[in-house]
Design a protein around this ligand. Structure first.
Ligand code: V3L
Length: 85
């Protein structure tokens, strides 16, 4: 993203970066001050809640993952489930 930031979702013991397209779409919604947005991620519709900072699959609303916007340079597990070496 423009200023060296990136969107992350929580994994078991660390954070995963969102894929580039999803991160860009989240950033657009966030910059428009949307409180929520809906995105297709790996074939499933997810709800992103910017007020409470979590994502969840629309069909499984009780299963939440924390999200954050942080510097792209922080330690991460990988990108969208693809592990870093
Ligand atoms: N981008 C890509 N895959 C996702 C995303 C996303 N934003 N959200 C969920 N999934 P749930 P560890 C994650 C995948 O929350 O070892 C990681 O990417 C999610 O993948 O119940 O626990 C890893 O691939 C999970 O497979 O909707 O850190 C994997 O978990 C599935 O959707 C293991 O990561 C259901 O997640």
């Amino acid at each position: 993203l423009e200023d060296g930031y990136q969107w992350f979702y929580e994994g078991r013991n660390g954070w995963w970066a969102y894929d580039e397209r999803t991160s860009f779409e989240m950033e657009c919604a966030y910059k428009r001050s949307q409180r929520i947005c809906e995105l297709l991620i790996a074939g499933f519709l997810y709800m992103i809640d910017f007020d409470q900072m979590f994502q969840s699959r629309k069909t499984e609303p009780s299963r939440r993952r924390r999200i954050k916007r942080d510097l792209a340079s922080i330690p991460k597990k990988g990108v969208a489930g693809l592990r870093l070496e």
